[in-house]
Design a protein around this ligand. Structure first.
Ligand SMILES: NC(=O)c1ccc[n+]([C@@H]2O[C@H](COP(=O)([O-])OP(=O)(O)OC[C@H]3O[C@@H](n4cnc5c(N)ncnc54)[C@H](O)[C@@H]3O)[C@@H](O)[C@H]2O)c1
Length: 365
């Protein structure tokens, strides 16, 4: 059985489907922040354990042969929102999980890292080159540095009983039954469909390595099935291609035109702390003969069809945007601490301070 920690998320939901199709037995451990929409269709075919990776019990590893860790905070805004929680989940919990695996004899451990650790920023011509897994990196942001630190810890744990593999994925696009519209191509698609207009921040000058979510899922399976000597202690970038953001927007507009959706581009030249990096995907091709295959255009067409089939057209729903959803959950949990659950009988006598407290929560939005 393969344990996918964070398996109910955007990537995990697609990965689980692929793995079940290949006959794997799958166990998912997840905090279920975004609900079960991504795994609902497969709930009867997987074993689901709800919980937090920071405190996961080692009994979850009973009967498990390999672990894929996709859990934690998965973008810059959520990591910046609570850097401590981000570090605890992305770095410390990964270390703890790896040590639990080692102690239990679970050898293969595949970690979801990110190409954002290569970020060189904009206007830095000397560093604006295609970087590979050997490149020196020095990530500064909360998210990317937490991933990089987790990588270093995992690699230091490699030995004859433990086989860590690091996948540095580019920015992902495409449809997942746990949909995200806070990823650049998906955002463009959502803006085109809902407003008929795509805004390109900073003129779209930034470079970004990109990969479709189905290709990302296939990369995990490739690493799961690869001979140990090819993957142990290895880092692999998972990238279909590098695009400037402006080119990505043009491709989305053209692909949508092909399905009779018209949209306009609107460049916005204000600087907004943009990320920019180009990354080589050659190593995974050379070592594991793995090549991402899904184009941006194919993914856009598939998304148009799938989001209407699954009714993910309520584009303003905060659930599709990790930072909006996390903030909403935080706010709701603070309010519920004061009011209790909405339709429960109110047992406490009225206290004026409750009103004051609520007011404070609402004003602090
Ligand atoms: N989506 C991308 O473009 C991208 C790119 C590179 C790397 N990654 C990495 O790949 C992984 C998966 O990304 P995703 O887009 O599916 O993210 P996601 O946010 O959709 O999914 C993360 C999942 O982990 C779960 N989770 C979060 N914190 C947890 C905790 N403390 N305990 C247990 N479960 C927890 C969430 O409930 C969610 O189901 C992440 O580690 C992310 O950093 C994603």
């Amino acid at each position: 059985m393969i344990l996918i920690v964070g398996g109910a998320g955007y990537v995990g939901s697609v990965l689980i489907k692929e793995m079940l199709a290949r006959g794997y037995a799958v166990k998912v451990f997840d905090r279920m922040y975004y609900g079960d929409s991504g795994i609902r269709d497969n709930l009867e075919r997987i074993k689901l354990v709800e919980g937090d990776v920071r405190t996961m019990d080692d009994t979850v590893l009973d009967g498990v042969e390999a672990v894929i860790n996709l859990s934690g905070l998965s973008n810059d805004p959520t990591a910046e929102y609570n850097p401590k929680a981000n570090f605890d989940m992305n770095t410390r919990a990964t270390e703890r999980l790896a040590n639990l695996c080692k102690a239990k004899g679970v050898k293969r451990f595949i970690f979801a890292s990110s190409c954002s650790i290569y970020d060189v920023g904009i206007g830095n011509d000397e560093q604006d080159i295609v970087l590979d897994e050997e490149a020196e990196v020095n990530p500064k942001a909360a998210y990317s540095s937490s991933k990089y630190q987790a990588e270093k810890i995992l690699l230091s744990l490699a030995d004859k009983n433990f086989c860590p593999v690091i996948l540095r994925k580019g920015t992902i696009f495409g449809f997942s039954p746990r949909m995200r519209y806070d990823l650049v191509v998906n955002t463009f698609l959502k803006d085109a469909l809902s407003k008929g207009q795509i805004t390109i921040h900073y003129g779209g000058e930034m470079w970004r390595p990109m990969v479709d979510v189905r290709d990302a899922a296939r990369a995990y399976i490739t690493c799961l099935e690869a001979e140990e000597n090819k993957v142990k202690g290895q880092i692999f970038n998972v990238v279909y291609s590098n695009f400037r953001i402006s080119e990505l927007a043009l491709r989305v507009v053209e692909a949508l035109r092909g399905v009779n959706v018209e949209s306009q581009l609107k460049p916005d030249y204000r600087y907004q702390g943009v990320r920019s990096y180009r990354v080589s995907g050659k190593k995974i091709k050379r070592v594991l003969d793995f090549t991402p295959a899904v184009t941006v255009e194919e993914a856009v067409k598939d998304m148009v069809e799938s989001i209407s089939r699954y009714r993910f057209t309520d584009f303003d729903n905060p659930r599709y945007y990790n930072i909006a959803w996390m903030k909403l959950l935080e706010e709701a949990s603070k309010i519920i601490k004061i009011t209790g659950s909405v339709f429960d009988v109110q047992t406490r006598p009225f206290q004026p301070s409750i009103v004051g407290g609520l007011d404070k929560v609402v004003r602090s939005r």
